[in-house]
Design a binder for this molecule. Structure first.
Ligand code: PRP
Ligand code: URA
Length: 216
């Protein structure tokens, strides 16, 4: 898998990623297929998102001899989901990295203003010493990501990677306008936002598509 990197934005480039994104973008993909595909894609996204995972040397005895290997540092990283759509990504990350703790930040966008509203927070201890992967499928205006990063930084978290499926240029500019050192790892960088702050071409409302709550 290759990753195209520019200005601390890391875009996955792989035919399997393109294929799975096409399934997610197609409006006729039903929720069960959307969830399954998001799950598969989250495994692929986990690799670049965890690229800087801290490891420490450890002596291991193989059946043949002893060797120096590497194991994940303590405290283990924390995978933080921006509810509710973030769970679609973070569930996959936690399967590939089951030692990590999982935290949740509840945010939703007000439909009129597109501004994030916070309604829930549950995070493990020692956040200030953990590496954090913050996951949300969509980076649109960037309001939710900025609020989540502010919350984490106010707890002393220094090492944050933001992982998403689809990013809009406006969201990248908002996050990097305030936090240029936070890497953004994404499966796609789309064109722009529409008048309702939805990503174009995008995939629609990620939470609604994951959970089948689309209202007609
Ligand atoms: C969606 C998405 C992000 C946010 C992105 O969540 O999952 O959290 O919008 O938009 P922004 O970059 O403009 O803040 P939504 O508010 O629809 O909540 P949900 O996950 O509960 O559906
Ligand atoms: N949130 C979504 O789920 N989709 C968008 O396109 C924008 C915000």
């Amino acid at each position: 898998m290759s990753v195209h990197t520019q200005n601390n934005v890391h875009v996955l480039v792989h035919p399997l990623v393109s294929h799975k994104l096409a399934i997610l973008r197609a409006k006729e993909t039903p929720p069960h297929h959307f969830r399954q595909t998001l799950h598969e894609l989250s495994w692929l996204l986990a690799f670049p998102a965890l690229q800087k995972l801290q490891v420490t040397p450890v002596e291991v005895q193989t059946p043949l001899e002893s060797m120096m290997a590497e194991t994940m540092c303590d405290p283990k990283p924390c995978l933080v989901s921006i509810l509710r759509a973030g769970n679609g990504l973070i569930d996959g990350f936690s399967q590939i990295c089951p030692e990590a703790s999982v935290g949740h930040l509840g945010l939703y966008r007000d439909h009129e203003t597109a501004k994030p509203i916070s309604y829930y927070s549950s995070l493990p201890d020692k956040m200030e010493t953990r590496q954090v992967i913050l996951g949300d499928p969509m980076l649109a205006t960037g309001g939710s990501a900025v609020m989540a990063i502010e919350t984490l930084q106010s707890m002393g978290v220094k090492d944050i990677v933001f992982a998403c499926l689809v990013a809009a240029p406006e969201g990248v500019a908002a996050v990097h306008g305030q936090f240029p050192d936070v890497p953004i790892v994404t499966a796609a960088l789309d064109r722009e936002l529409n008048g309702m702050s939805y990503i174009l071409p995008g995939l629609g409302d990620a939470g609604d598509r994951i959970y089948g709550t689309v209202r007609s």
